[in-house]
Structure formats: C-alpha cells, structure tokens
Design a protein around this ligand. Sequence first.
Ligand code: ATP
Length: 238
Amino acid sequence: MITFTDVTKMYGDNVGLENASVDIDKGDFVFLVGPSGAGKSTFIKLILKEIDADSGSIRIGDYEVTQLSNREVPQLRRKIGIVFQDFRLLPKKTVYENVAFAMEILHRSKRQIRKRVPQILSLVGISDKADRYPQELSAGEQQRVAIARAIINNPKVLIADEPTGNLDPDTASGIMELLDQINMTGTTILMVTHAKDIVDRMHKRVVAIESGHIVRDEFGQYGYEEAGDQREEVFDDE
Ligand SMILES: Nc1ncnc2c1ncn2[C@@H]1O[C@H](COP(=O)(O)OP(=O)(O)OP(=O)(O)O)[C@@H](O)[C@H]1O
C-alpha cells in the first residue's frame, strides 16, 4: 500500500531522508517514531507529494507518487485521510457540517451526505454532538470529529500525525481504540507519535527513523527512553 524504495530527500545540505526503503501492506497499522528532526514529517510530506523526492520510488496503492503530475495529486490525496495533533476543524461549521464538507468538496450528492455523515458520527461516538461547534467540544471530541472527517470518503490510508499529542492519557486511549477499530475495517494506518506508553501498549509494527535513516522496523516497542524529550540523550552524552 505504501512502498518507499531507496528514497532520498535533501534540503540543501540537510538530510531529510536518505536511501529509505519500507513496505507497508494494506491493512497494516504502523507507528512511525524517532527523535525530533529525524525525518518523520519528511516521510509524510513525500507520501502526500507536498514535497518531491530527489531519488527513489514511492508507491501509494496504484500511484507512483514521484511520477504524478500536479493535476493528478488531488486524486492521490483523496485516497489518504489525515488527522493532526491540533485537529484543524473549521470553527464556523458545526460537527455535522465539518464532516459533511469533506464529502461536499468531492461533489457527493445531498442524499449520500445525509446518509453517510450520521453513520460516521455514530462510528466515532459523537452523534449527540452533531450540532455543536468545535470550540464547544472537548479535545478528545474534536479529535473524533477530525477522524470522522478523515475517514468519511473511505480512504485506503489514514495518516495520523501525533493524534494524541494534545490529549490526556484516558482520552488518548479512547482515540487509540477508535483508530484500532478503523484499522480492523481494512484501512491502513500510519501514525507518527512520541507517545512511548501508547506504542508499547499497542504491540504494532514500529518503524524508527533517525537522521533520515530507517534504523528499526519490527513489532513491539517504542524503543526510546524518554518519549518526546531528547534532552536526556544530550545529557547522557556529556
Ligand atoms: N524546509 C526545510 N529546509 C531545510 N531543512 C529542513 C526542512 N524541513 C526539514 N528539514 C530538516 O530535515 C530533517 C528532517 O526534518 P523533519 O521535519 O522531517 O523531522 P521530524 O522527524 O518530523 O521532526 P519533529 O518530530 O520535530 O517534527 C531535519 O534535520 C530538519 O531540520
């Protein structure tokens, strides 16, 4: 579903990603971990073709991303749902409208929208909040709306970029359960995270990047001592 083969992306002299190869199958749930500046965002931006690789091949489903013309990029992005740490909901639209909007921009019929939006709101557990505005919701509820919006058009891949970064541990657990549930319906999930406790608990595949290189790819543990805090390592070196 997502295959990187010898992908290199430089920013001038800075390494973004270097000779990175990884193969994520349909239906996989993968955590992408690594210290700040390791190349995680670069990896995601390459998938979305927000930036171009200098060399190598990137396949997402049937698309060879490196060969796509600008005109074809929207087609690629339609296959990919994205969730961010800061939710990025539209503040002047209700929960229902936020989610419906993702279908409207694909010109889905009013009938399809009226049928599908309530189904998805129910799936993510916020049916009772459909008429609220984002600022009237808790952080966890806002993330559920963002997830509803990301999956409403049945993407093949869901990218979650630190989706629990703004949530307390209990709320984060609820969001992880929801992502797991979505994954079980066949959606491939790639989640960038610094949350050691979550990674260790979920026993999913972990791809670790450091300085632009994939240094580990195995099932199991987060593998860093202090999640999201590299100061420990700096002190250790001194
Ligand atoms: N636009 C840019 N220009 C120059 N260097 C860049 C640019 N974007 C990223 N880099 C560099 O590329 C490397 C990888 O950055 P990237 O943003 O992918 O890291 P990251 O793992 O997502 O970090 P974080 O966890 O802090 O978000 C870093 O050394 C970074 O400084």
